[in-house]
Design a binder for this molecule. Structure first.
Ligand SMILES: Cc1ncc(COP(=O)(O)O)c(C=O)c1O
Length: 379
C-alpha cells in the first residue's frame, strides 16, 4: 500500500548518499572535540549527585505540561535565579532551545510585522520565523552596515524585530552586538539574541556575550540553552515579565508539551553554582581555544568553536573519519546545517581537555588534512 511512498523515500535516501549528505547516528567515541559541553559539566560529580538526589525526591518525569500538573517549585526557583543572572526581570524554562525559539518567534512577530534574520542563524530560528505570520528579510551574516541599509529600506505596518545568535554555533564568530544596540536606538526594532553557545562561557559572571558586550539593556529577549555549557537540558527565555507572562499564555511548545523532568531544574541550579564558583572552567576552555587557533595558524580568538572549512561534503566526511580513527570524536558538518560548499569540521573545545591534548590534536589534524588534500588531488 505504501509502495509508492517507499520508492520516493528510497530515492531521496539514495540521493543523500550519493551527494555525501547522508547522516548516521554514532555514539560518543574517542576524545570529545564535537560536543557543546564547553565547561565539561555533563559528567561533573556535583551535577550527577544533585540530579540523582532530585530524582529521589521529585520522581523522574514531570507527568504533564507546566500549565497542568507538570509545574514544580524547582522550575520557578531556577527561573528566578536565571533571570537575576541574566539581569532581566523574568525567565521562562522551555524543554529545549529549539522549543524556546519556536515558542517566542511564533508568539511575538505577528502578521504585518517584519523580522530581520542573520543569514547564518540556527535552524530553530529559521523555522520559528517560518511558522510565524511575519515577513522575513535575511541580512548578510553579522553585517551591521547591510542590516542598516535594510532597516532604512524595509518597513512594515507592525513591529520590526532583529534576530541573531550572539556566538554563532557553526562558525564560532560573534554578532556585532554593540552595532545592533546602536542601530536599535536609531531605527526602532526589538532585538532577540540567541545565546545558546555563549552562555556559561563568556561574560565576567559567565552569563554570556550580552553581559560581556554591555548590551543587555538593548535586548528584548534572549534565549539561553542549558544543554550546552551548563551540561543539562532545556533553555531559558529571558526578558521582561510581561513577555514571559505572555509566552505562558501563548507559546505552543510550552503549553502543549510535557514539562522537562523536574530534576533538570535542580541540576541547572547546581551548574549555575559551579559557573559562579569556578570561573576557571570558562577561562580554561577559552585559553585552550586560543591555543588551538595559534597552533593552526588561525587568527587569534578564544571562542570554543573552531571551524575548519573544507568545502566539499566528501572531504569533510573523509577528514572526520581519519580523525576518528586517530582517536578523536570530530564530526563532519554539512548542508543544510551550513551553507552548500562550506562543509567543515566543527572542532569544539571543553574544559576537560589538557593543553598537551590540544597540541597533539593540532599536529594530527594538520597531518590528516594534508592526507585528505593529497587524496583529493590524486582522484
Ligand atoms: C543557536 C542555537 N539555538 C538553539 C539551539 C537549540 O537548542 P537545543 O539543542 O537545546 O534544542 C541550538 C542547538 O544547537 C543552537 O545552536
Amino acid at each position: 500500500m505504501d509502495g509508492a511512498l517507499e520508492r520516493r523515500i528510497r530515492s531521496r535516501l539514495a540521493a543523500l548518499e550519493s551527494s555525501g549528505l547522508a547522516r548516521s547516528l554514532a555514539p560518543p567515541r574517542g576524545i570529545d572535540l564535537s560536543s557543546n559541553d564547553y565547561l565539561g559539566l555533563a559528567h561533573h560529580p556535583r551535577l550527577k549527585k544533585r540530579f540523582a538526589a532530585a530524582i529521589e525526591e521529585l520522581g523522574v518525569g514531570s507527568t504533564a505540561s507546566r500549565l497542568l500538573r507538570g509545574h514544580r517549585a524547582a522550575f520557578r526557583r531556577v527561573e528566578e535565579r536565571f533571570a537575576r543572572w541574566k539581569e532581566t526581570a523574568s525567565a521562562l524554562y522551555f524543554s529545549t532551545g529549539w522549543a524556546a525559539n519556536l515558542g517566542l518567534l511564533t508568539t511575538f512577530p505577528e502578521e504585518g510585522d517584519l523580522v530581520f534574520s542573520d543569514a547564518l542563524n540556527h535552524a530553530s530560528i529559521i523555522d520559528g520565523i517560518r511558522l510565524s505570520k511575519a515577513r522575513c528579510v535575511v541580512f548578510p551574516h553579522a553585517d551591521s552596515a547591510a542590516l542598516e541599509r535594510l532597516l532604512v529600506r524595509e518597513s512594515c505596518a507592525g513591529r520590526r524585530f532583529v534576530v541573531t545568535e550572539s556566538l554563532f554555533g557553526m562558525d564560532g564568530d560573534r554578532a556585532p552586538l554593540a552595532d545592533y544596540a546602536r542601530l536599535r536606538a536609531a531605527h526602532d526594532f526589538s532585538l532577540i539574541v540567541d545565546e545558546a553557545h555563549a552562555v556559561g562561557v563568556f561574560g565576567a559572571r559567565g552569563s554570556g556575550l550580552l553581559q560581556e558586550s554591555g548590551c543587555s539593556d538593548s535586548v528584548f529577549l534572549s534565549v539561553n540553552t542549558a544543554g550546552k555549557a551548563l551540561g543539562v537540558a532545556g533553555a531559558f527565555v529571558c526578558g521582561p515579565a510581561w513577555a514571559t507572562d505572555y509566552l505562558i499564555q501563548t507559546a505552543r511548545p510550552f503549553i502543549f508539551s510535557t514539562a522537562p523532568p523536574p530534576a533538570a531544574a535542580e541540576a541547572i541550579d547546581e551548574a549555575l553554582d559551579l559557573v559562579a564558583e569556578e570561573p576557571d572552567l570558562r577561562h580554561r576552555v577559552r585559553s585552550l581555544a586560543r591555543r588551538l587557533r595559534e597552533r593552526l595558524d588561525m587568527p587569534p580568538d578564544d571562542a570554543p568553536i573552531v571551524p575548519i572549512v573544507l568545502g566539499g561534503n566528501a572531504a569533510a566526511v573523509e577528514a572526520a573519519a581519519r580523525l576518528q580513527r586517530a582517536g578523536y570524536d570530530v564530526r563532519a558538518i554539512r548542508p543544510p546545517t551550513v551553507p552548500a560548499g562550506t562543509a567543515r569540521l566543527r572542532i569544539s573545545l571543553n574544559a576537560r581537555l589538557t593543553a598537551a591534548e590540544v597540541d597533539r590534536f593540532a599536529s594530527i589534524l594538520q597531518k590528516e588534512l594534508s592526507g585528505v588534500a593529497a587524496c583529493a588531488a590524486s582522484s
